[in-house]
Design a binder for this molecule. Structure first.
Ligand code: ZN
Length: 140
């Protein structure tokens, strides 16, 4: 069992990556707040308990860590040298769940924007993208 993270290591890792108040999510929230939109957080009645929900606009913003959700960027393509299989299983499971959640939200009539952690490196660009998403009329 030497190739398995200790419970404590795993806990630390998970908290850092998927904590409810991860920094990327907080940054996105503050952008949306600055734009004058009001939102609800982690709405448990919706598929996947989405991070940021704008009920009146029927829009959802998901904030994904690149590593954890396997973004197609250099951070998402990192293959950990140790515990490779543990991470592979976890991350692929996440990606499958992301796809299922996305479909379920869209089928229920929600408009979904996924924001990747790496996009926060250019906050002007990301802010424009979020603004366009929130201002966009829903496709009928
Ligand atoms: Zn990324």
């Amino acid at each position: 069992m030497s190739d398995v993270l200790t419970a404590e290591q795993r806990h630390r890792c998970m908290t850092r990556i998927r904590g409810k108040d991860t920094d990327p999510e907080r940054q996105v929230r503050s952008m949306i707040h600055t734009m004058g939109f009001r939102y609800r957080l982690h709405v448990s009645g919706l598929p996947g308990k989405p991070d940021i929900v704008l009920p009146r606009l029927r829009k959802v913003v998901l904030v994904h860590g690149c590593f954890w959700h396997m973004h197609r960027c250099k951070f998402g393509r990192v293959q950990p040298a140790t515990n490779a299989n543990f991470w592979k299983v976890k991350r692929e499971g996440n990606r499958r769940r992301d796809a299922t959640v996305l479909r379920a939200l869209q089928n229920a009539g929600w408009d979904v924007l996924t924001v990747w952690e790496c996009e926060l490196r250019d906050s002007d660009l990301l802010s424009d993208k979020i603004k366009r998403f929130l201002a966009k009329e829903k496709q009928k």
